[in-house]
Design a protein around this ligand. Structure first.
Ligand code: FAD
Ligand code: N01
Length: 551
């Protein structure tokens, strides 16, 4: 159906460019989607707001940014050659190496020729008659495409500071989510707001360089040791030798990580001695496996408390000042119900004289000032202010696009009380639009690369099958969507997750509906559901031809 190409959007005068599929976003999801659709002979094109590929790893260049899943597991499996030629250097790859990996993929599969960079998609409207999406960019171009794939990222819409006086500060202001390359904090006085994963990685890395570091903490986070180190060649050899088996394990697992070693026994049924031994073994191994020793810690408050107490003991053992240690121990939510942080000496930095922890519960921020920040207790002065305050997660990037489906229905209105999706892949009323790792899928509760691959493959198969049947419109039914949303909520409620004011629930964005967004059923179970839907003739979808093509 394509009749013209426009790889250099923005330079051309207003015109309509046609593609079979438009993909929004050139992170790992958008890149693989492009590769896959191209391989099927489709004319697909990507629009990316940034100036290059990599998504998360392109934007988040703050000091210490690195993956929280072992490198070989956080990598694509779709190409054996890619897997064999790429060499990770550390157990947990740093941001720069992850960005190199993204660039390597773009080069190796010659992706850039079908990506328009520095181009933000502002609106996407579905036309009922033609069954096509009309997409508009901030470069003034209009695009028509049969399929629109939102690869916009779950953690790509950074929050803007909602703190009184934000903007007053006359020194250097930085955000972890849009960190510039040429920053040197050596010898500076720095204030940082936020102690999630981004804050913790930044704090740990800059603490030895800066003169003074003021950490403004509202809620402490559970953090476990990464035990990061240069990647042992034997790990790579073992992974490549058993690649098929490991990849299969990932796909069938709970969160897509082989190293998780998800325990199947119940904590409450173990002796105190056995439990401590297992907790210690996992702490020594490091990473997310610390959070999965037993099957009941995520669902039973008593079992959860055993693990939480163990980790609290570790924090007390590391941090010398008992009051500071106490402030660093989470007390308001169960262990693991916010994304666990995997750190490299985080708690240790509080033993340094130049690092100061300020508890915002005790002394809240009154205002940002020209020279720093004022709490209810005193003024703090610094040269650089860092915001590590997180994202409008899962729905934020989609909300920032004016998406209108059948009969002009706005996605934002449809989702006013929380996201409604079928399988986290599609939305009823928005035919031919797919989301990669959307709300209602395992997404951010999983190894994202595993989930991205599964979604891309499923979407590509669906588009292929539509072509085979000479059909042009695929749309989730309202009934299937309602049933899926109820199921997602029901199983979330069997866990302790909803007890934390986390971004999984939208609790970090004022006014955002409180709905648990990701699917907790596990990537293996979820994959089976998606495969069954496809095998049963796309159960829960209507497949048709657009009215303009029906005769
Ligand atoms: P992204 O990488 O977010 O890419 C989306 C792209 O879409 C962005 O480049 C954005 O600019 C673009 N975009 C969005 N809206 C528009 C628009 N309207 N027009 C044009 N372009 C648009 N996950 C893990 O599993 N393990 C980890 O260790 C891990 N670490 C993380 C660390 C950080 C700092 C963050 C923020 C997230 C992390 N994640 C991690 C989650 C991470 O987002 C995913 O692993 C993965 O990189 C997501 O890829 P993606 O392509 O889906 O989205
Ligand atoms: O964001 P967050 P993040 N005043 O929302 C605080 C992934 N990731 O960017 O909890 C004061 O977790 C807020 O406090 P509170 C990972 O999935 C992975 O750190 O709202 N404080 C919190 O402490 C992660 O979960 C890695 O009370 C304010 C912090 O800011 C996700 O991205 C690395 C505030 C925000 O924490 C998001 O992590 C980085 C205010 N007004 C990110 N507003 C890896 O390691 C917010 N805060 C792989």
């Amino acid at each position: 159906m394509s009749d013209s190409k426009g790889t250099d959007a923005g330079k051309a005068p207003a015109k309509t460019t046609k593609y079979d599929a438009v993909i929004v976003g050139a992170g790992f999801a958008g890149m693989y989607m492009l590769h896959k659709l191209r391989g099927m002979g489709l004319n697909a094109h990507v629009f990316e707001a940034g100036s290059d590929v990599g998504g998360t790893w392109f934007w988040n260049r703050y000091p210490g940014a690195r993956v929280d899943i072992e490198s070989q597991e956080y990598s694509f499996s779709f190409s054996k050659d890619l897997e064999e030629e790429w060499q990770w250097t550390e157990r947990y790859a740093p941001q720069g190496e992850l960005l190199d990996y993204a660039n390597h993929i773009a080069d190796r599969f010659d992706l850039r020729r079908d990506i328009s960079f520095n181009t933000r998609v502002e609106s996407a409207r579905y036309d009922d008659q033609s069954g096509l999406w009309r997409i508009m960019t901030d470069q003034g171009e209009t695009i028509e495409a049969r399929y629109c794939v939102m690869a916009t990222g779950c953690l790509s819409a950074a929050k803007t500071p909602d703190i009184p006086g934000a903007g007053n500060f006359k020194g250097e202001t930085l955000s972890t989510a849009t960190w510039p390359d040429d920053t040197d904090l050596t010898g500076k006085r720095v204030g940082i707001i936020g102690t999630g994963s981004s804050g913790i990685q930044t704090i740990t890395t800059i603490a030895p360089q800066v003169e003074e570091l003021y950490v403004f903490q509202r809620t402490p986070n559970y953090s476990v040791p990464a035990h990061n180190r240069p990647l042992d060649p034997s790990v790579r050899e073992d992974w490549l030798a058993n690649r098929e088996d490991y990849r299969q394990q990932q796909r069938e697992s709970g969160i897509g990580i082989v190293a998780l070693e998800a325990g199947e026994d119940l904590a409450l049924e173990q002796s105190e001695e056995d439990r401590q031994r297992e907790f210690e073994r996992r702490w020594a191994k490091g990473g997310f496996c610390v959070g999965a020793p037993y099957a009941d810690t995520g669902v039973d408050p008593a079992a959860n408390k055993l693990l939480a107490d163990f980790v609290a003991g570790k924090i007390r053992g590391i941090v010398k000042d008992p009051h500071t240690a106490d402030l660093l121990i989470p007390k308001t939510y169960p262990f693991g119900t916010k994304r666990l942080v995997v750190d490299t000496g985080y708690f240790e930095v509080y033993n340094q004289d130049n690092v100061h922890l300020i508890d915002l519960n005790e002394t809240p921020i009154e205002t940002i000032t020209e020279t720093g920040l004022r709490t209810s207790e005193r003024d703090y002065e610094f040269d650089t202010l860092i915001y590590a305050i997180g994202f409008d997660a899962m729905t934020g990037a989609l909300d920032r696009i004016d998406i209108r489906g059948r009969d002009g229905l706005k996605l934002k209105d449809k989702w006013a009380a929380g996201p409604l999706t079928y399988l986290g892949l599609t939305v009823s009323g928005f035919p031919n639009m797919f989301m990669i790792t959307g709300p209602g899928s395992p997404s951010v509760l999983s190894n994202m690369i595993v989930s991205i691959e599964q979604h891309v493959d499923w979407i590509a198969d669906c588009i292929h099958d539509m072509g085979e049947r000479q059909l042009t419109v695929v749309e989730a039914t309202p009934e299937a969507e309602a049933e899926w949303v109820a199921h997602v909520n029901e199983i979330a409620d069997t866990t302790l997750y909803p007890q934390a004011n986390s971004w999984y629930l939208g609790a970090n964005v004022p006014g955002k509906p409180r709905v648990f967004m990701p699917y907790v059923g596990g990537v293996g179970v979820y994959r089976e559901v998606c495969d069954e839907v496809a095998a049963n003739g796309y159960k829960g979808f209507t497949l048709s031809r657009a009215p303009a093509e029906a005769s």
